[in-house]
Design a protein. Structure first.
Length: 364
């Protein structure tokens, strides 16, 4: 029987006291290695390799933006990660709405996919656009739901039925209402399936797809209610949420006063997914190198491992060749040194492999 519940109770007690920071730091190493008794690893255990979404759409490759290098890819594969979420810009891949994808940019994307495939990594394609195209929101002409769906039809054809490629519909939609986003998401799903592609699709909500705000009401409805309207003819999708550990769940601060809030948000997503008999995926989450933050990271990873029936997996934010050492959440190694967040991540990565049958990414 695991002593994990007792440890969590202790942490909750310490968190209510004035010396929470000291106590959490002292317990960090114990929590990281306590884990969950007999827990398996998640199906998808990954990293966001950022850089191809940098700069203006007209930017020069490897000057204004960059795909991950073979060296960086090999580092994370060697650490035991099995998945990479790969951000890129919609406008760069499709400079004109309704027109073919840019051949040179598509080739760069495909070459990167091949480098990732060489390391036996699963790839999540991530248009990192926040539901906007050239600063115009999806649903506002000319960036209609149809235009978005047409883009995905073109992209799906290029990676159709490749079992190691997952389609992440969009990074962090915002400003758009849940109802309007649902319409666009369903249009994209229909066109993807119309191409014959059976790849797994990750569907975010709006309002930056925050786990902490998933059930919160807003104009156009709550994600947790409206997004139940997702319709996939192949029933091969999961909901993507993001969650950070700072005071406002933005990931913009080094502190992690939201440790408990982050765990609570992820726990509530678990309950929502179980109630609605669906799956969820944590596409972005990250902390600083502070001990109490790394401990909080470990608790969230432990929770997902303890609930493999609904948590498909996770991709930590962030790494990439161009990310500086000063970036708080970054786990890109510098001068051959691992970042401290890797302690919690590697503990999760060392769990027994997930059941292969439960990790299928292609619809039958």
């Amino acid at each position: 029987m695991s002593d994990r519940p007792n440890l969590e109770a202790m942490i909750m007690t310490y968190n209510s006291s004035s010396w929470r920071r000291v106590a959490a730091a002292a317990m960090a190493t114990i929590l990281l290695h306590a884990g969950v008794a007999n827990a398996q690893g998640s199906c998808l255990q990954g990293i966001n390799l950022s850089g191809a979404e940098f700069g203006a759409a007209s930017g020069t490759p490897f000057k204004d933006y960059a795909y991950p290098s073979e060296q960086t890819i090999a580092y994370f594969a060697k650490k035991g990660f099995n998945t990479v979420r790969l951000p890129f810009l919609w406008e760069r891949l499709q400079p004109q709405l309704g027109e073919p994808l840019d051949e040179a940019e598509l080739q760069r994307l495909k070459e990167t996919v091949e480098l990732l495939r060489k390391q036996k990594l699963t790839i999540i394609l991530d248009p990192h656009n926040y539901a906007h195209y050239n600063k115009t929101m999806i649903g506002v002409a000319p960036v209609t739901a149809t235009a978005f769906a047409e883009f995905w039809a073109r992209l799906a054809v290029e990676f159709s039925n490749q079992e190691d490629v997952i389609f992440g519909l969009m990074n962090e939609p915002y400003d758009i209402t849940a109802e309007a986003w649902l319409k666009a998401a369903n249009a994209a799903i229909r066109t993807i399936r119309a191409t014959g592609s059976n790849n797994l699709i990750l569907v975010p909500g709006t309002r930056f797809t925050g786990a902490h705000s998933w059930a919160a009401d807003a104009p156009g409805g709550a994600n947790g209610t409206v997004m139940l309207g997702v319709r996939d003819p192949r029933s091969n999708y999961a909901y993507e949420v993001h969650q950070y550990f700072d005071q406002d769940s933005s990931g913009m601060h080094a502190e992690c006063s939201g440790n408990d809030s982050a765990l609570n948000a992820v726990t509530q997503m678990t309950e929502w997914a179980k109630t609605n008999k669906t799956r969820v995926f944590l596409g972005e989450f990250g902390v600083s190198q502070e001990k109490e933050c790394v401990a909080g990271l470990g608790r969230v990873l432990n929770h997902m491992q303890a609930n493999p029936d609904v948590w498909l997996g996770w991709t930590y934010w962030v790494a990439g060749d161009w990310w500086p050492e000063t970036e708080t959440l970054n786990v890109q190694p510098h001068d051959g040194k691992d970042r401290k967040q890797m302690m919690a991540l590697e503990t999760a990565l060392k769990a027994p492999p997930a059941d292969k049958a439960a990790c299928k990414t292609m619809a039958d």
